[in-house]
Design a protein around this ligand. Sequence first.
Ligand SMILES: Cc1cc2nc3c(=O)[nH]c(=O)nc-3n(C[C@H](O)[C@H](O)[C@H](O)COP(=O)(O)OP(=O)(O)OC[C@H]3O[C@@H](n4cnc5c(N)ncnc54)[C@H](O)[C@@H]3O)c2cc1C
Length: 252
Amino acid sequence: MKAREYAATVLRREPLSPHLVRIVLGGLEGFASSGVPDEWVGLVVPGQFQSRYYTVRSWDGAELVLDVVVHEEGLVTEWASRDCVGEAVRIQEAKGSFAMPESAAWLLLVGDLTAMPAMARILESVSASTRVWAEVPDDLTGYLPEGTDVTWLEPPGPGESALAAVVEGIDWPEGEGYFWMAGESAQMRAIRKHLMRERRLPSTAYDVMGYWRGGGRRQPRAVDPGPIWRAGKAAGRSDEEIWAAYDAEVSR
Ligand SMILES: Cc1cc2nc3c(=O)[nH]c(=O)nc-3n(C[C@H](O)[C@H](O)[C@H](O)COP(=O)(O)OP(=O)(O)OC[C@H]3O[C@@H](n4cnc5c(N)ncnc54)[C@H](O)[C@@H]3O)c2cc1C
């Protein structure tokens, strides 16, 4: 089914750091937030038919804020790198997947630059004790809420990520918590295996999303893991089989 679309106009373009640009959109008649703090929308820029996914950094009923990574080369990257104020874009309906159980006493957030908007918004919405690992090429002091316990990491190189190794070395807190992570897809697949095989976490204890694919390959689709998860469980599949089905859907 085709995603519902909303017409929007770029009201402002504000560089936040060398690789992150804030795009503020207006218009969006009828748009509604899903209320899920990692919610994303599809963005279709002028002259294009394909969408790219961006986290709703904020929506106040009038202005929609997206923080866009400008990397080496890409459709939205090129558009967001130049003055785009006044241009008309299309936004697709919001979806989210963060599902922290009420019983979770702590939260771990791990991500690269593309995950910063979601991590900032999640931090604004939870009160549990939270630790963050952020792999970013720029100084983003002040981007996350004040007082956030954050470990800043440098990416190994442009368009590269080493987050999987970082997560494997985390000193895991005791008791019940929630783990959320987003970034380069191959890193995310490695981490899901680690969470299932080494940490033996139940599927309700984590959400790990591939946001982009390195190595110049086609970008993953944004797929809400919830329905795939429920269908897999109903069919009696293992966690590993269900995540394999999710990966196949993302790569389709
Ligand atoms: C649910 C979800 C939420 C997301 N939220 C955000 C967000 O808030 N902000 C954000 O900036 N991105 C976010 N992303 C990631 C974003 O959709 C991708 O990075 C997208 O590919 C960027 O589009 P583009 O047109 O710039 O590059 P594309 O034309 O899609 O890709 C061109 C090439 O660039 C490379 N590439 C793509 N992304 C990156 C990157 N980040 N770093 C280095 N190389 C890259 C790929 O290898 C690709 O072959 C999100 C993705 C998902 C699925």
